[in-house]
Write a protein that binds this ligand. Structure first.
Ligand code: CP
Length: 308
């Protein structure tokens, strides 16, 4: 059981809740290995509404629902729904709640998740609302860090290269800000650094923040959380083209360092492919945790799962 019906923002994910979800995720990972699929949500229907492109989030939610034996209803792209004819998001949610027990939605508008959750009478999960938040990605990131670092506090983390527009960075900084002694360094183009308001709210949570033109991964960093420049959110395409090849992690920078490399993916230009076989390149492993993490979240929100 979780103390909320809907997950909209990583600010709902307290350390206690993260511990609970992590424990259930471990159990789900074990159940996948042992049984493949389990009879936990066989009486439930999950609605997946993806109004913006997705590979990992969409497919891992589908896989999670399948492994829990839930039924699914599915819409991919606004053009596949009556939103294309002008129906509002609120009316769409009112219909979908009648067809399902939980709604998972990705949408291009900042704030759409809050609107949908407010409208919905069934539990709701934000699978990414524009450039705002991606709380289920931050759960995967936290789970990856716990598995490979053993803690979520006292971490020295670099974020690059689009901290301004990356919803994954927004949600992970929000989540990690709740733990003591974390330090964040932001690197990337000057125009894509966090706003002073964002930095202020992290400082208010006790996080020591700095910005850097470039970083040396041997300088005591625990994690480099890389995310592509968010092309679809650039008002000025020239700014994107100017920087897209300039900011990338090379094998030379990563090799020999203990710093874990995470990336919510998709990868575009931000990490050279010859980094992939280094032991600290964890991004594909990180993506694989999406299934047990989302199984844990679905089952906890649908309240049938007893925490181990
Ligand atoms: N990490 C992530 O959200 O990837 P997708 O956009 O492919 O879902």
């Amino acid at each position: 059981m979780l103390p909320f019906d809907s997950l909209i923002s990583a600010n709902q994910l307290t350390p206690e809740i993260i511990s609970q979800i992590t424990a259930v995720t471990d159990k789900m990972a074990d159940d996948i290995d042992r049984y493949g699929r389990i009879n936990l949500l066989e009486d439930k229907v999950v609605a997946l509404l993806f109004f913006e492109p997705s590979s990992r989030t969409m497919l891992s939610f589908q896989s999670a629902a399948q492994r829990l034996k839930a039924g699914m209803v599915f819409a991919q792209g606004a053009a596949s729904t009556s939103i294309e004819k002008g129906e509002s998001l609120e009316d769409t949610i009112r219909m979908v709640e009648a067809y399902s027990d939980i709604i998972v939605m990705r949408h291009p508008w900042h704030g759409s998740a809050e609107t949908a959750a407010r409208t919905s009478t069934v539990p709701f999960i934000n699978a990414g609302d524009g450039g705002n938040e991606h709380p289920t990605q931050s759960l995967i990131d936290a789970y990856t860090i716990m598995r490979h670092k053993g803690r979520l506090d006292d971490l020295n983390v670099v974020f690059g290269f689009d901290s301004l527009q990356s919803r994954s960075i927004h949600s992970l900084t929000t989540l990690l800000s709740q733990y003591p002694n974390n330090r964040f360094t932001f690197t990337g183009p000057e125009e894509l650094m966090p706003t002073s308001k964002m930095l202020e709210s992290m400082n208010d949570m006790g996080v020591e923040c700095s910005v850097a033109d470039s970083v040396d991964l041997n300088d005591g960093y625990d994690i480099f959380y890389v995310n592509r420049l968010q092309q679809e959110r650039f008002a000025d395409p020239v700014l994107f083209e100017k920087n897209r090849k300039k900011y990338r992690l090379t094998r030379k920078q990563v090799e020999g360092s203990d710093c874990l490399i995470l990336d919510p993916l998709p990868r575009i230009d931000e990490i050279d492919t010859d980094v992939d076989d280094l032991p600290n390149a964890l991004y594909f492993k990180q993506a694989s945790y999406g299934v047990p993490v989302r199984m844990a979240l679905l089952s906890l929100l649908l309240s049938k799962h007893n925490t181990p």
